[in-house]
Design a protein around this ligand. Structure first.
Ligand SMILES: *Cc1c(COP(=O)(O)O)cnc(C)c1O
Length: 389
């Protein structure tokens, strides 16, 4: 008998891992099983629904404590938090920022919002994040460290920062990347949008960057509806972040005086109320994610043609989105797998189109991106809602 097609074997494994789940099975749904109603109702009852209120303060304090940083500044979404991280790192027109090409669009867009140029770097099959050894080789060829900092010898522009991203909750190799940033005098910034609850060598992601950003969009592990936050251990930067994200208004009982071009990036109290209730449930969310990942690992074990992606020994992933990695020889079957799983009611997804392939970023500087291209052809994201765990 001929061997079953890859998509049939994957469907069988999905049915084993998710028996009796009502269809369609979403990619990622939020779960509101805590005090969400109570906290949101309190906002409505008291009239504190908008940009000030006790839940904003509490959400910032709870989040900073959870992530092990001194300060969190809540923002209207994760993209806004990233934008402010880059502004506070001094990123401006004519600068280049090293960014993985394998990321969600917000990472590259935040660089462009500053008038700067994303400079795309390759990722690693072990972490799905920026590959430090390959980046080191590349920088040795194109970068020089001058009295003013790092400079791209090919474009003549300053390379100011490395913006790393922890894909699907799997931490990038932070030690290697931090060392590289030190050597080349680059500011390290973390896009930790997907890695709330993920640890690298026992420390929460988001603690390595001078500044980091998280997202609380509806599809993330914890949600405020829409929302995000900037994190830092630097008190002066935190103060600047609060100022910039609240229209740069000087505190006064009635006067409207703003001392620079600020942004209205505040997170409303209503959303923060939701966030406070969600943070209270993080332990349960993470446990459910881990149970689901373990069930997938078991169901896909021994399946020829694909493997379930698991955390590295030094990492603890939140398993925000579960990843099935097709074997290189099976890359051509990716769309067949996506179609067959969708037809059967499992709403799987490919990874993002690499940034350097998008029209607005196709002329940006970049290194050789073979691993990015390869992963793009092979990743299939599996349904990952907390409720499935
Ligand atoms: C979700 C996400 C963001 C921020 O998204 P928002 O929708 O603006 O909160 C940024 N980067 C990555 C990698 C993300 O997945």
């Amino acid at each position: 008998m001929a061997e079953a097609a890859l998509e049939a074997k994957i469907l069988a494994a999905l049915r084993t891992a998710l028996p009796e789940t009502p269809h369609p099975v979403a990619l990622h749904e939020p779960r509101f099983a805590g005090r969400e109603w109570e906290y949101v109702k309190e906002c409505l009852d008291t009239g504190w629904v908008s940009s000030v209120g006790k839940f904003v303060d509490r959400f910032e304090a709870d989040l900073a404590a959870y992530m092990g940083v001194k300060h969190a500044v809540a923002t209207v979404n994760g993209t806004a938090a990233l934008h402010v991280c880059l502004l506070l790192a001094g990123i401006a027109a004519d600068d280049e920022v090293l960014v993985p090409s394998l990321t969600f669009i917000a990472t590259a867009n935040a660089v462009a919002y500053c008038g700067a140029t994303p400079h795309f770097v390759d990722s690693d099959e072990a972490s799905l994040g920026v590959a430090p050894a390959k980046l080191a080789d590349y920088l040795a060829g194109i970068a020089e460290v001058t009295a003013q900092g790092c400079r791209n010898r090919l474009t003549g522009r300053p390379i100011k920062a490395l913006l790393v991203m922890h894909a699907f909750g799997h931490p990038a190799d932070l030690d290697g990347l931090a060392e590289l940033c030190e050597r080349y005098r680059l500011t390290l910034i973390e896009d930790a949008a997907e890695s709330l609850g993920s640890y690298y060598r026992g420390r929460h992601t988001g603690q390595w960057g001078l500044l980091s950003a998280v997202s609380f969009n509806g599809n993330k592990i914890a949600t405020t509806g829409g929302g995000g936050a900037l994190l830092t251990n630097d008190s002066a930067l935190a103060k600047r972040a609060k100022h910039l994200t609240t229209t740069a208004k000087l505190p006064h009982a009635w006067e409207f005086v703003h001392d620079e071009v600020g942004y209205n990036y505040r997170l409303p109290n209503l959303n923060a109320a939701l966030g406070c209730a969600q943070l209270e449930q993080m332990e349960g969310f993470l446990a459910a994610k881990r149970r689901l990942a373990e069930r997938y690992a078991e169901a896909f074990a021994g399946l020829a043609g694909a493997r379930f992606f698991t955390e590295q020994a030094h990492a603890r992933s939140n398993y925000w989105l579960n990843v099935l990695l097709l074997d290189p020889a099976q890359a051509a079957s990716r769309d067949t797998v996506l179609q067959a799983t969708h037809d059967a009611g499992f709403l799987t997804r490919p990874i993002w189109t690499p940034m350097h392939r998008l029209s607005m970023y196709q002329n940006c500087p970049r290194m050789d991106l073979v691993v990015t291209e390869d992963l793009h052809r092979r990743v299939v994201c599996l349904p990952s809602s907390v409720v499935l765990g």
